[in-house]
Design a binder for this molecule. Sequence first.
Ligand SMILES: Cc1cc2nc3c(=O)[nH]c(=O)nc-3n(C[C@H](O)[C@H](O)[C@H](O)COP(=O)(O)OP(=O)(O)OC[C@H]3O[C@@H](n4cnc5c(N)ncnc54)[C@H](O)[C@@H]3O)c2cc1C
Length: 415
Amino acid sequence: MVNILIIGGGFGGVRTALDLNKKLSSEEASITLVDRNNYHLFLPSLYEVASSFGLDLNKEEIRLKKTIAIPFGEIFEDTKVNFVQAEIVSVDLNKKEVRSKGEKFFRYDYLVLALGAETETFGTAGVVEYAYKFKSVEEAVFLNKKINEKYKEAERGQRPLPVRFIVVGAGFNGIELAGELACCTKKIAEVCKLKNKCTEIKLVEAAPQILPMVYDKERAMIRKRLERLGVEVLENSPIEQVGPDFVQIKNGPRLNADFIIWTAGIRASSFLKNISGLKLDERGKMTVNEFMQSSDRPEVFGVGDSAVFLDPATKKPVPALAYVAVDQGKVVAENILRVLKNKRPQEYRPFYNVWIAPVGGKFAVARLGKNFTVSGFWGWVLRELVDFRYMYSILPFSKAVSLMSENVAVFTKND
Ligand SMILES: Cc1cc2nc3c(=O)[nH]c(=O)nc-3n(C[C@H](O)[C@H](O)[C@H](O)COP(=O)(O)OP(=O)(O)OC[C@H]3O[C@@H](n4cnc5c(N)ncnc54)[C@H](O)[C@@H]3O)c2cc1C
C-alpha cells in the first residue's frame, strides 16, 4: 500500500483527495490530507463576509464564518481520506518525511503540495502595519466588525462623515469588494439614520487600467457599474506608502482613509522556500512539468497557487484561480493513479478564459466565451449556479443545498 500525502486543503488539495478517493481502494493507498485549519475556505465569497449586513456579530459570528468555512469533516465524511489538522513546518524530500508543529511526522510515497498563496505587499512601506489584509475568514470578519463600529461612532456623533475606504488593487478581488462595500455601507447608514454623503470608496490601481486581463467591453461594463454604486476608480496610481490613515500615491496626492484594504496581490506560500531541493521559479512558486510533477522529483506534485505552470499557448503562467486549481487537482489525482499502474501520465491542458465578476448586489458580469457575455441579474444567477456546482462537487447534495441557501440568505441582506 502506498502513502499519499496532500498538504493543503484548498481548491487543489481537496479535489486531489476526493478524486483519489474515487480512483483508489483502501488496499491500494492511504490518502492523508493535512491542513492547518479544520475547514476548507471558499475564498471567492470572502468579500461577501467582509461586507455582509444584518447579522449581529456578537451572537452570529460563527454563522457568518460557516458560510465560507466548510468543515473538512463534512467534505471527507464517508470517504477514505484521513484528514489531520496540523501546520506543516518542514519537508524532507530525501527521507520522504514531513513534520508538523508539535513534532508529528508523516511519511509519504507521493506528496502533493497544495499550500496556496500569501498576501504580496511588493515591499510597500506600511502595508503590514496599517492595511487590512484580505485573505482569511478571520480578516474578513474583523473588517466587517470594524466597519460597523465606525458607522455606530458616526451615529453617536463621535466622528465626522463620510467614512472613507480605499481598496488597493483593482483585480477581481478589489472590484468585488468595492462593489459590495458600497451596498453594505448604504444599508448600515440607513439603519444608523445617517444622511447625506456617508461613505466614500476609492478603488486604487497601479496599472493604467482596472482588470488588465479582461477585454475593453467587459471592463467598461464593470466600470460603469462601479460608478453607479458610487465607487471612484483611480488608475495609474501606484502606492508608495501606507500610513495609519492615508496612502501616498507615487508622484501624486496623499489620500486619507479610515479603511485601507489591501487586495493588490498574492505570492506563493513562503513555506516552499524552506523545502531543500524543491525547484522554484524566481517568484518562489514550485516549477512543475506538463504532468504537474515537480521538475526533478516525480513523486512530488504541485497544484494551484503554489505551483507555476506555463501555458504552452502563451508562454505565460496560468492565473491563480480556484477552478484552475481544481482542474490541476483532477490531473494530479489521475497521474498518481497512472504512475501507480505504470501508465504514461496525462498532460495538464489549461483552460481559464471564462470568468464571472460580481459587482455589488445581484449584479455580475460573466464572460462565458469569445463573444458571449452576460451581465446584470442573470450574471449573478450564473455565479450562484457556479458556486452551487462547486459546493455539490465536494459535499453531499443536501448539504450543498443547505449551505447555498444559507449563503444566499446571508449575503443578499445588503442588496
Ligand atoms: C479574496 C480572494 C478572492 C478570490 N476570488 C476568486 C474567484 O472569485 N474565482 C476564482 O476562480 N478564484 C478566486 N480566488 C483565487 C482562488 O481562491 C485561489 O486561486 C485558490 O484558492 C487556489 O487554490 P489552492 O488549492 O492553491 O490554495 P488555497 O485554496 O489557498 O488553499 C491552501 C490551503 O493550504 C493550507 N496551508 C497553507 N500552508 C499550510 C501549512 N504550512 N500547513 C498546513 N496547511 C497549510 C491553507 O490553510 C489552505 O487551506 C480568490 C482569492 C482570494 C484571496
